[in-house]
Design a protein around this ligand. Structure first.
Ligand SMILES: N[C@@H](CCC(=O)N[C@@H](CS)C(=O)NCC(=O)O)C(=O)O
Length: 81
């Protein structure tokens, strides 16, 4: 399942979560949201996995991605028919 590290007041994260919702995807079924505001375990994981202290950060098996535009492209390619 796709994991999206994010936090609520992050506008770039909101772009990605809006896309997930607009495609009709379901949280905890199709994707998992991981709280990653500063100082959280989620943010520590972002840094550990990807090496950059930035969100949104997507992990999908071996795929890791930081940029919201790239993440949206990836989600569209994966889920749109
Ligand atoms: N170009 C990036 C910008 C991402 C970005 O600026 N994210 C902010 C949060 S909205 C961030 O991670 N700032 C550092 C921090 O929160 O510690 C994208 O489109 O995803």
């Amino acid at each position: 399942m796709i994991k999206l590290f994010q936090y609520d007041s992050c506008p770039y994260c909101a772009r990605v979560t809006s896309k997930l919702q607009s495609l009709g995807l379901k949280q905890d079924v199709d994707y998992k949201l991981i709280e990653a505001s500063r100082g959280t375990p989620g943010r520590e994981e972002v840094l550990k996995l990807g090496g950059m202290n930035q969100v949104p950060f997507l992990v999908d098996d071996s795929v890791q991605m930081y940029e919201s535009a790239d993440i949206i492209d990836y989600i569209e390619n994966k889920f749109e028919n």
